[in-house]
Design a protein around this ligand. Structure first.
Ligand SMILES: [Zn+2]
Length: 430
């Protein structure tokens, strides 16, 4: 398992100058690497490999002074990033995807990465007739001090102040320095042993929405904070200021920074909320299985009326967090097919004959008379689906529409059976 720890770092002004110059260099390098591949593809109809480009880099480093000034590791990682984009592009071409997404020209690069290597270290045992022994140790990027800030070792730059607000765990493998509007950050990726999965006992399902952020299968609701909507007014102000200033002037750059900082803060708020919410769902009620819908968010944002709200809620980020927290703490996260979860009665399993629009907030079953909150009903359906998937069955709705009568006859789980499935969820066999 890999975990990334983020810490703020505080380079001095000279260090920052060097770092910015390096970022510019890496940007140029990445763009020229992209250009190389593009020409090779258009003229010779072949793909350039990463090792070819790395060889070229070695030659360039022997030849030019400015190439030697930047650590080779940073350059290699920039090339690797470019290679990753092209590999993904090739994969999309092979699969015949509609949007192939040719890797873009980069206007700027905001991060630089280096790997932490293992180096041989001579160790002498404490016994008398001990021999020298060499072991391979990974270099520790952090220099501990007695002051408030520790120091981070950066190749060719020296030590940079870093605030270690939490201890580093595991074996650090890679460090990335990122420039954001609020300052510089170090992302340290560590390798940790995998957490053992616990035996699944208690499950909870969530139905995400835009009115309430989510509704659990126990009927609890979480308010949607609508970060973007609340910050929209101020953002508009910032953008207005930006538009009125002379492009390229000092005051214009200040306004650009204000807009970027505003966006970063909104994103941070969102991340904070989602992280805490996922933790709460898993740990506050001792649920070790979380079930959600497998939503195609990229398709859903095509809806012009809902796109802003959906993007603001960032469900994809929520699911991402669920996956990673589950992996970190040895818990379970499942996603089920979202089809008709809000159109089906959770008690009798029959699909509503009339399509429920988003405005109707209560689900009123015309077959068994169940009246439930719309989202609560959907969450129960999601839980039911996951339970069936766990038992190796496929859950089918009893389609009651006239055109689907045959399907409805073939489909059917009996009502009683469906209900017993629901009670199964509370039993420890799940
Ligand atoms: Zn019903």
């Amino acid at each position: 398992m890999k975990l990334t720890f983020k810490y703020p770092v505080y380079p001095t002004s000279t260090q920052e100058e060097t770092l910015l110059a390096w970022l510019d260099h890496l940007c140029e390098l990445q763009n020229s690497a992209r250009h190389d591949r593009k020409v090779a593809l258009e003229v010779e109809d072949r793909f350039v490999t990463l090792s070819e480009q790395q060889d070229k880099l070695t030659v360039a480093r022997e030849k030019y002074e400015d190439f030697r000034e930047v650590p080779q590791d940073f350059q290699n990682h920039a090339l690797r990033r470019n290679d990753k984009a092209f590999t993904a592009f090739r994969k999309r071409c092979k699969e015949g995807a509609k949007k192939k997404g040719y890797p873009r020209y980069k206007k700027r690069v905001r991060s630089l990465t280096w790997s932490l290597r293992k180096y041989p270290k001579v160790v002498r045992r404490k016994t008398k007739d001990a021999e020298k022994q060499t072991i391979r140790v990974r270099e520790n990027p952090i220099v501990e001090t007695t002051f408030r800030h520790n120091r981070l070792k950066v190749p060719k730059l020296g030590e940079v102040k870093i605030r270690m607000h939490r201890p580093l765990e595991g074996d650090p493998k890679e460090v990335t320095l990122v420039k954001k509007a609020s300052g510089w950050y170090a992302h340290i990726t560590c390798e940790l042993p995998d957490t053992r999965k616990v035996e699944p006992t208690d499950a909870i399902a969530v139905d995400v929405g835009t009115r309430h952020y989510l509704t659990t299968s126990e009927g609890e609701k979480e308010d949607n904070p609508r970060w973007y909507r609340t910050c929209e007014g101020l953002l508009h102000k910032h953008n207005q200021t930006l538009a009125r200033r002379k492009k390229g002037s000092k005051r214009w750059y200040k306004a650009v920074h204000a807009v970027a900082y505003h966006h970063e803060r909104t994103a941070n708020k969102r991340k904070d909320f989602i992280g805490k919410l996922v933790y709460k769902l898993f740990h506050h009620q001792e649920n070790n299985v979380l079930v959600a819908e497998n939503l195609k968010v990229s398709n859903m944002v095509q809806n012009k009326h809902l796109s802003k709200s959906i993007s603001d809620a960032s469900w994809a980020k929520f699911f991402e967090w669920c996956v990673s927290i589950a992996e970190r703490d040895g818990l379970h996260f499942h996603q089920v097919d979202p089809k008709n979860t809000s159109q089906t009665c959770s008690a009798c399993g029959k699909k509503s004959p009339r399509k429920l629009s988003l405005a109707i907030r209560t689900f009123d079953c015309s077959f068994c008379g169940t009246v439930l909150d719309r989202d609560h009903n959907a969450a129960l359906n999601i839980l039911l689906r996951a339970a069936c998937a766990h038992r190796g069955e496929r859950w089918v709705t009893n389609l009651t529409e006239a055109r689907n009568t045959n399907e409805a006859r073939d489909a059917g789980l009996e009502n009683a059976e469906q209900l017993s499935l629901l009670t199964l969820l509370t039993s420890p066999s799940l």
